[in-house]
Structure formats: C-alpha cells, structure tokens
Design a protein around this ligand. Structure first.
Ligand code: UDP
Length: 236
C-alpha cells in the first residue's frame, strides 16, 4: 500500500491518501490535547498503544456485527482504513457520571446511571463542540433520521459489548466517545478510534483512572496507564 499526500492533521492523528481511492492511512501521534486544545503535551508511546488498542477493539466489534473502518494494521502507528466522510458528531455513551455530565447535572463523579445515556456533540472546535439533540441534528442536516437510528443502535450495542469485555479484565467502562462516517456508497460505519484517549476506564478493584484523565488532571503515570489497558486487553 502506497502512502500519498497528507490530507488532514488532527490533534492525535494524521490521515494520508493512498493509491487506493477507497482507503486512507491513519497515523497515530503521541501529541495530547485537552480542554479544546488549551492544554497540550506529549504522552510517549500513546500513538502506538492507541493504534493497537483501537484496532483490536474494532476487530472484535466487527465480529459482533458492527461495521468499522478497519482494513488492516500496517505498523505500530499506522493503519489502513476505509475512506469515509466523518459525520460531524461526537457520540458519547455514559454508564457512570463523570466529567462534563457530572458537572452539568450536579452529580457526584462515580454515580452509576440507571440506564446508559447517549449524547451528541456537534464537532466544531470554534464553537467548543456544543451538545445537540436529534432535532438539531435533523434540522441542521447533519445526519438523516435513518442514519441517526443506525448510529444509536450501533452505539448501544458497542456499549454493551465493551462494558462486558472490559468488566472481564477488571476495568469499569465509565463513558466513551465514538465517531461514525459514511463510505462512498453511503453506508454508516464506525470510524475514528476507541482508546484510552476517548474512553474513561477505571480499575474496578482500586478505582484508579487508566485513561486520558491522568493527563487532563495531572495525575501522573499517564504512559503507564495506557500500557496497562493494552496489557489487560491484549496481553502485550
Ligand atoms: N471525549 C473525547 N473527546 C472529546 C470529548 C470527550 O474523546 O472531545 C470522551 C472523554 O474521554 C470521555 C467521554 O468522551 O470518555 C465523555 O467526556 P465528557 O463529555 O465528560 O468531557 P470531558 O470531561 O472529557 O471534557
């Protein structure tokens, strides 16, 4: 597979064109940002862990019948993915109150929600990714009714699968963010990544945070936390 021009550079990843018009190469960086880019830093080795963990989970999700962008891992940091147009939504699933939800609703961090909560944020850095509901999404033509139904269905199934997958390795899946894209034929598939950058993982036994909150909140041992997630999940 031939890597061609850089198409896009985001906060954590670069996307390259390839000689296949239906595929991109994603390259994971060690750069970390938080609070809408206000806090910047490096988490050494993060790109490798996120690439491996995300591919591992997407492969499992494919087996569960969730279509994803994964084609194949090319190297420690690079993956061949299906070309999609990202639907500009951060789809957030929450099992336990934390972060912005705890703040917004005055809930104590760690309180389990009686049922999973699905939220959408409109991906727009200049606006600070405002929360939107199905009506905004329809009214702004961000996604069709059918696409939204698929996105919600996949998101709940992904949450069910990941919650039990992580419970089996002693990790509580608190919340996570996923993104979907449309392939050239209009199919909605899971894209972007699922990693300690985009999930809250708490050690079930100790309550220790094993995710990007260690960076956001200056808790130390950030690299170690990412590696611990990979170790428990993949044994490496
Ligand atoms: N999240 C993310 N990218 C974002 C915002 C949130 O991956 O731009 C993830 C975050 O890691 C957490 C979940 O989405 O697992 C819910 O995040 P929240 O809304 O609580 O925002 P935060 O407290 O991270 O600002």
């Amino acid at each position: 597979m031939e890597k061609k021009e850089l198409l896009y550079e985001g906060k954590a990843k670069k996307v390259f064109a390839t000689n296949d018009p239906e595929c991109y190469i994603v390259s994971y960086k060690d750069d970390a940002t938080a609070f809408n880019g206000l806090k910047k830093g490096t988490i050494v080795g993060k790109g490798v862990v996120n690439n491996q963990v995300s591919n591992y989970l997407m492969e499992e999700l494919e087996k569960e019948g969730i279509p994803t962008h994964l084609v194949r891992e090319l190297s420690e940091r690079e993956t061949l993915v299906k070309k999609v147009k990202i639907i500009p939504l951060e789809v957030i699933m929450r099992n336990i109150a934390a972060g912005s939800l705890a703040k917004r609703l005055g809930l104590e961090e760690g309180v389990r929600m009686a049922s999973p909560v699905l939220e959408y944020c409109y991906k727009d850095d200049a606006l600070g990714d405002p929360m939107v509901n199905e009506y905004h999404i329809r009214a702004m033509n961000i996604a069709s009714k059918e696409e939204l139904e698929k996105i919600a269905e996949y998101s709940f199934r992904i949450n069910d699968y990941l919650t039990s997958r992580f419970a089996a390795i002693g990790i509580t899946l608190v919340d996570f963010k996923i993104e979907f894209g449309r392939t050239s034929d209009g199919t909605v598939i899971l894209a972007d990544e699922i990693s300690p950058d985009t999930c809250r993982f708490w050690d079930t036994a100790t309550g220790n945070k094993l995710d990007k909150d260690r960076f956001r909140r200056d808790l130390g041992s950030v690299e170690e936390a990412y590696i611990e997630i990979r170790k428990r999940l993949m044994g490496i």
